[in-house]
Write a protein that binds this ligand. Structure first.
Ligand SMILES: N[C@@H](CCC(=O)N[C@@H](CS)C(=O)NCC(=O)O)C(=O)O
Length: 214
């Protein structure tokens, strides 16, 4: 049995999507947060960075980092069918965009959400946030321009890249404006939200920004 340490509005939704698409047997354990920050001594023993998500494997091994967890699960649960075939160009391209979203979008989102952690200048928070917004928008524009006219982000099929895209869009500082100026991103996000197993997770995780696309 897998144990997924989760909380609303977090990247636990990515491994949760892999587990859910695979119909895997797992339990969710909610981590306590105060004002968005982890405030849970038990969880701090599991995740040294005090970051959600974490996953405990059936033998007790603990994994941190949402993408590492999601990829490990996708490999162990091929029935999730959430990555193109191993060794294919499509899988390589999915990896490329996953890393783009982790490094250039998710990390920038953290800079925005926890700006005080990214400056030692007590007056520096506004500048960190403003720079994050610029970089955030640039990284989403690169995705908007890369998506062809199809239903999904990469290779004409649903993949983990679609899940990360939909999640990071929900966390954007102005999701309605982002969706308005990004029709390709909006179409893909609507399709993720409509999926039988992954779609309902957005309600569970209180990420309601895509509801208007359904
Ligand atoms: N690189 C990490 C980032 C995880 C992360 O920062 N999670 C946020 C929620 S989305 C969190 O735990 N925030 C609470 C805190 O930093 O106290 C991953 O992909 O798992």
């Amino acid at each position: 049995m897998y144990t997924l340490f989760w909380s609303t509005r977090t990247a636990a939704i990515a491994p949760d999507a892999v587990l859910s698409e695979a119909n895997a047997d797992f339990v969710r354990k909610e981590v306590k947060r105060t004002a968005g920050r982890v405030d849970d001594p038990e969880f701090e023993k599991i995740s040294p960075m005090k970051q959600i998500p974490a996953l405990q494997l059936p033998d007790g091994t603990v994994l941190c980092e949402s993408l590492a967890i999601s990829l490990a699960l996708a490999e162990r649960l091929p029935e999730a069918d959430i990555l193109p075939p191993p060794g294919s160009n499509e899988r390589a391209v999915v990896y490329r965009w996953l890393m783009h979203m982790i490094c250039n979008i998710y990390e920038v989102d953290l800079r925005h959400s926890y700006a005080d952690r990214y400056t030692t200048d007590p007056d520096g928070v506004a500048g960190v946030r403003a720079a994050a917004e610029e970089r955030w928008d640039r990284a989403f524009k690169i995705i908007e321009d890369a998506i062809d006219g199809g239903a999904w982000f990469v290779g004409g099929r649903f993949s983990l890249a679609d899940v990360y895209l939909a999640a990071t869009v929900c966390w954007h500082y102005d999701t309605p404006a982002l969706l308005e100026r990004s029709p390709n991103i909006a179409r893909v996000c609507g399709n993720v939200r409509k999926r039988d197993k992954t779609g309902p997770l957005f309600a569970l995780y209180k990420m309601n920004e895509l509801d208007g696309l359904v």
